[in-house]
Design a binder for this molecule. Structure first.
Ligand SMILES: Cc1cc2nc3c(=O)[nH]c(=O)nc-3n(C[C@H](O)[C@H](O)[C@H](O)COP(=O)(O)O)c2cc1C
Length: 204
């Protein structure tokens, strides 16, 4: 029998780091927003996923009310920019808690690129941008869940091989536990099987 550590989350003070270390690797949304006064903001969010494909909807979760959520409440829009491994240091710097009214674009020296359909800018150095309109903000425990409909997608031509997106060219960085990050390792192509194919493979 596997010797396991059994944990009651209700009685544990370390649930956040435990979940952070178990639910891995997490993609990182580099989230661009703009305040009512027009100050733009950029922050990494690893609580990030695709929720629906028609309409296309993505989610991010903020642990507590931060500038990103304040801006989305005020303006109703955000842009998820891709996080390449080559930009780990810049992405990490955008998690510094700069005062409200200070833009990470200026502090870190990133280039604003105008978005096609929403107010917040894209990060010009990032390989892709999902321009989103917020469709729901909901409190879940200590988090604010943000659902955004993707109304426009922009991807650098360099990431394509013909019409196929090459993972290595997007070079996505991921979040592990603690302050650990990782980049792509071995990539394997494993097609899903139909029921018929499953029936025809020989198994021990
Ligand atoms: C790689 C990485 C991932 C992060 N993911 C999240 C997250 O999913 N949710 C969250 O609330 N904070 C997350 N943070 C912390 C925020 O980026 C940080 O609190 C930031 O200052 C928030 O910025 P804002 O106040 O401009 O919104 C993450 C930080 C790093 C470095």
């Amino acid at each position: 029998m596997t010797q396991r550590r059994e944990i009651d989350p209700a009685g544990s003070s370390a649930v956040y780091p435990l979940l952070g270390a178990l639910v891995t690797p997490r993609p990182i949304a580099w989230v661009s927003t703009v305040s009512d006064e027009g100050v733009d903001n950029l922050a990494p969010h690893s609580f990030y996923q695709v929720v629906s494909t028609r309409p296309p909807v993505v989610m991010i979760a903020s642990i507590g009310e931060k500038d990103t959520v304040r801006n989305i409440r005020a303006v109703g829009e955000f842009v998820v920019c891709g996080s390449p491994a080559s930009m780990i240091d810049e992405i990490n710097l955008t998690s510094v808690e700069f005062p409200h009214g200070v833009s990470e674009f200026d502090e870190i020296g990133l280039t604003r690129e105008p978005s096609a359909r929403v107010r917040p800018p894209r990060v010009a150095e990032s390989p892709y941008a999902l321009e989103c309109r917020c469709i729901e903000l909901r409190e879940v425990g200590n988090a604010i869940l943000v659902l955004g409909e993707v109304v426009h997608i922009a991807i650098t031509e360099d990431a394509f091989e013909g019409d196929v997106l090459e993972a290595t060219r997007l070079d996505p960085v991921a979040r592990l536990g603690g302050s650990q990050w990782s980049s792509l390792g071995e990539i394997r192509d494993v097609p899903r099987l139909t029921l018929e194919e499953f029936g025809s493979i020989s198994r021990p």
